[in-house]
Design a protein around this ligand. Structure first.
Ligand code: CAA
Length: 298
């Protein structure tokens, strides 16, 4: 199956990162978001991140310009997907929203187009079931920051056709990524393993076994992780972590996945991590400085 034209739905952090890597690798990309201001911000972010690669010598100025020329923006979903060979949905992690979007995509995309979701934990089989092409629906789970992280977790739904999986595997390699194919069960692999680690870190803090800095330093230096689990939770978003843990907890019916009450409280209090300026740490806008939140200081 040949894939040349890509449409990315959702201009948030993941959507702009996905559009960035496709455009950088020579694909024609349409980025779609119903919010025109968000779309404009996303294009500026892509330009800034491409410039960061130019500064590092990873891209030439011409390659940056070519990548930007490959990119267009659109606020109308139907108009944005009608030419696409592949649509990658990267909207907010909300099941009802994704089901609504996939019905729209199925109606507007041409026959034979592949519909992929960047979902971190919502069932691909469930999403596929609202379309008339469940064999052409697949999970294409990129990691944040998309231009930097090598992995694409590819999730086969119950009905996904082998030819579709092969196409997405080949395409991920064309993006310079390493694809790994898994089956559609709660949390897939990445989050089935990552989220219990993050939850255990939050439990360790909640039970007073150690402070934020000790927990993160032990995991960072002891296990060679680039970030400790609490900093990573802030980076991912505490609301996203909570929602994935609930998918695991409800999907397996096993209390080992029950979210720590401290995580639940922080989400209810609106302390969602980097995006709200505070989680386990406090973040100053426009600065890389990061301090342990007052709440967790000894
Ligand atoms: N676009 C392009 N380049 C970027 C970038 C972006 N958005 N963000 C960072 N970079 C580049 C920087 O330019 C820099 O490049 P060089 O190595 O060539 O200098 C490099 O990435 C490192 O960035 P920084 O120097 O700014 O910062 P750092 O060394 O602290 O690294 C990090 C930042 C890459 C985020 C690193 O801390 C890291 O890998 N953290 C873990 C990230 C992770 O685990 N992500 C997965 C989260 S889970 C997920 O996404 C899925 C889910 O379902 C929840």
């Amino acid at each position: 199956m040949s894939v040349e034209r890509i449409t990315v739905i959702g201009a948030g952090t993941m959507g702009n990162g996905i559009a960035h890597v496709f455009a950088q690798n020579g694909f024609s990309v349409t980025l779609v978001d119903v919010n025109a201001a968000q779309l404009e911000k996303a294009v500026q972010t892509i330009e800034k991140n491409l410039e960061r690669q130019v500064t590092k010598g990873a891209l030439t100025a011409e390659q940056k310009q070519q990548a930007l020329a490959n990119l267009s923006a659109q606020t109308d979903i139907a108009a944005g997907v009608k030419e696409a060979d592949l649509v990658v949905e990267a909207a907010t992690e909300n099941t009802d929203l994704k089901l609504t979007i996939f019905k729209q995509l199925d109606a507007a995309a041409k026959p034979g187009a592949i519909l992929a979701s960047n979902t971190s934990s919502i069932s691909i089989t469930k999403i596929a079931a609202v379309t008339k092409r469940p064999d052409h629906v697949i999970g294409m789970h990129f990691m944040n920051p998309v231009p930097v992280m090598k992995l694409v977790e590819i999730i086969n739904g119950y009905a996904t056709k082998a030819e579709v999986t092969e196409t997405i595997v080949a395409l991920s390699k064309q993006l310079g990524k390493v694809p790994c194919v898994v089956n559609d069960y709660p949390g897939f692999i990445a989050n089935r393993i990552l989220m219990p680690m993050i939850n255990e870190a939050v439990y360790s803090l909640y039970e007073g076994i150690a402070g934020v800095e000790e927990i993160d330093t032990i995991m960072k230096l002891g296990m060679a992780h680039p970030m400790g689990p609490l900093q990573l939770a802030d980076f991912i978003g505490l609301d996203v972590c909570l929602s994935i843990l609930n998918v695991l907890y409800n999907g397996f019916g096993n209390t080992k996945y029950a979210p720590c009450p401290l995580l639940v409280n922080m989400v209810m209090a609106g302390k969602l991590g980097v995006k709200t300026g505070e989680g386990f740490y406090r973040y100053t806008t426009g600065s890389k400085e990061m301090m342990v939140s007052e709440r967790f200081k000894k």
